[in-house]
Design a protein around this ligand. Structure first.
Ligand SMILES: [Zn+2]
Ligand SMILES: [Zn+2]
Length: 331
């Protein structure tokens, strides 16, 4: 089968490897779509994976083509990419994202930029009939966005500010609307991203707009400062952006938290617990038309052109939001 295999930093190869065989608790998924996550860019070009080679990709969907129990054969699925240990305290509380000893499709073990992948049954999420494979592959960022927005506890009529208008930022804006937000404002250093957000009906943030709650999605010190400044007294700030380095607060910035008595919360990944499962809620929301993520897909490349896709993103050759790799589409 063909895969996008990371052999070293800056050495992603489209190549042939053996199709995996399934263990008892796994099924074979024929992958149809795999999104390129923002985190895949440093993974390929600067940080690497935990070992080499690793087939990357953790945002994928496909169809089950082999299941020795027959339970899932022919079913269309998305895949929760985290494999918890099921033994630590977090796992016992179904808080799998905080597992201390987890595995992960696409970073710690082979992932979805592949024609086939053996996936644990526990990680399969069934796609409703009216959801496309591309939408299914976006279930991960949609779930991450939902998890974050729930923490904002938006009241009807609240103004929401989102820092960062990439895929998760835009998805979070859609969730914020579902939760009753009046207006959703954005700021981003890339003006093209703001134009894109405006096209989808959102607003560009201007000073002196009353902001009830903020979602910070970049992890940059300057952006966090702007968020803490923008929010009203007793407002709420949820930190989601994964910082690339140290985050520094000037004294004045820190004072915003104290003097305005802000509530500052963190969010991480998504919930895959039995109850209030972000993944199931996300699929339901797309299926019922509450969210529309299709306009976010600005680019599609066949898996064979994975390097072209990654280079376009790294060098920002074109404006993009969600970039999708597709495979097995003629079957
Ligand atoms: Zn991702
Ligand atoms: Zn665990």
């Amino acid at each position: 089968m063909k895969v996008a295999n990371l052999h070293a930093i800056n050495d992603l190869r489209y190549e042939e490897i053996d199709t995996p065989t399934c263990s008892e608790d796994e099924v074979l998924v024929e992958v149809k779509s795999c999104g390129i996550c923002g985190s895949d860019i440093p993974r390929v070009f600067t940080k690497g994976t935990y070992h080499f080679p690793t087939v990357i990709g953790h945002e994928f969907s496909g169809i089950v083509v082999e299941d020795r129990l027959g339970e899932f054969t022919g079913k269309r699925v998305a895949v929760f990419p985290l494999l918890p240990c099921f033994e630590c305290d977090s796992c016992k509380n179904e808080n799998y994202a905080a597992c201390v000893n987890y595995d992960y499709y696409g970073s710690r073990r082979d992932g979805g930029m592949s024609e086939y992948i053996a996936v644990k049954r526990w990680n399969l999420v069934l796609l409703p009939d009216n959801i496309s494979y591309d939408e299914g592959a976006m279930c991960e960022p949609i779930s991450v966005g939902r998890h974050a927005v729930k923490k904002l506890e938006i009241q009807k009529g609240n103004n929401v500010l989102i820092s960062g208008a990439g895929p998760i930022g835009i998805i979070a804006g859609q969730w914020a609307r579902c939760e009753g937000a009046a207006d959703v404002y954005y700021f981003d250093i890339d003006k093209r991203k703001i134009q894109f957000a405006i096209k989808l009906g959102f607003k560009e943030y201007k000073e002196n707009v009353r902001i009830d709650c903020v979602l910070e999605g970049t992890g940059h010190s300057d952006a966090i400062k702007k968020c803490l400044n923008a929010v009203k007294p007793f407002g709420k700030v949820v930190l989601m952006g994964n910082p690339a380095g140290d985050v520094l607060f000037a004294q004045n910035t820190y004072w915003y938290i104290l003097r305005k008595e802000l509530t500052v919360l963190g969010t991480w990944n998504s919930s895959y617990a039995e109850k209030n499962n972000d993944w199931k809620a996300s699929l339901k929301a797309i299926s019922e038309g509450m969210l529309d993520v299709k306009p976010l897909i600005t680019h599609r490349y066949p898996l064979s052109k994975c390097n072209e896709a990654f280079n376009m993103m790294k060098e920002h050759k074109e404006f993009y939001n969600k970039v999708m790799l597709t495979m097995n589409r003629d079957k």
